[in-house]
Design a protein around this ligand. Structure first.
Ligand SMILES: [Zn+2]
Length: 248
């Protein structure tokens, strides 16, 4: 390499500092650990109710909005000249930081977080009801297969007119906490949905049909749940409010 080339390469923007490859996840002691259990303890406390569109009856802390990015201001000074640069987390790292802050076992890679897209039968806005445009996993494929199976059991023809609604899909950890989800809820890892049949007030037996549809497509965790997202053993029970299905 000639000295001239070396000079040019010095002033190029380093690829690992800017753009899509830029990533930082400072873990700066935001997780407060319960000394006896070792579990992060300042989260998942019963508290205020939220205004997210998901089920919210369980209360909790958390937030329905986006977290603030961690950022640094870097100032370099030479003699009397000074230049300041701010670097700040983008949406991918803001979301990843939430997983770390909540002490979760899995943290998505930057490439795991993708723009949520419409599935065959469901809009992206139903599959991802968070304040972020990115999400982890592909709940759309799961929603479509449950939908086809449910229509099969009902002897109805699949169309874009839905026969059940999605009340919760992927949740970022702050949102999961805000809606009262358990700390390691599958909803944070992508392939989990809460489903409510249309006309359930007049036909509560549809919860059992929907439960069967979710089991038939190979959901790894399927259960009827009440308004507090607690398991209800009998799908015909009057307290059932949605069917949870997840696939890992
Ligand atoms: Zn659920």
């Amino acid at each position: 390499m000639s000295s001239r080339t070396a000079e040019v390469s010095k002033i190029k923007t380093p690829v690992n500092m800017m753009g899509s490859l830029f990533s930082f996840l400072p873990n700066i002691g935001l997780v407060f650990t319960n000394s006896s259990t070792g579990i992060p303890s300042d989260f998942y406390l019963a508290g205020t109710h939220c205004n997210c569109s998901d089920f919210c009856d369980n209360g909790g802390n958390g937030s329905c909005g986006r977290s603030a990015p961690l950022s640094y201001s870097i100032t370099s000074t030479f003699c009397s000249a000074s230049q300041a640069v701010n670097i700040s987390q983008d949406q991918r790292d803001i979301i990843r930081q939430e997983y770390i802050r909540h002490g979760l076992s899995s943290v998505p890679d930057r490439t795991d977080l993708l723009p949520t897209t419409d599935s065959l039968y469901f809009l992206a806005s139903a599959l991802n009801q968070t304040a972020y445009s990115l999400s982890w996993g592909s709940p759309g494929a799961l929603a479509d297969s449950v939908y086809l199976q449910y229509n099969n059991l009902l002897n109805t023809t699949p169309s874009t007119a839905t026969t059940f609604t999605i009340t919760s899909g992927w949740r970022n950890p702050e949102r999961n906490e805000a809606v009262g989800g358990v700390q390691n809820s599958d909803h944070q890892f992508g392939n989990a949905l809460d489903l409510v049949p249309l006309d359930w007030q007049d036909h509560p037996e549809l919860f059992c049909t929907l439960l069967s549809a979710a089991q038939n497509v190979g959901g790894t965790f399927v259960q009827a749940e009440n308004a507090l997202s607690q398991r209800v053993n009998n799908c015909a029970d009057s307290t059932v409010r949605h069917i949870h299905v997840s696939q890992r």
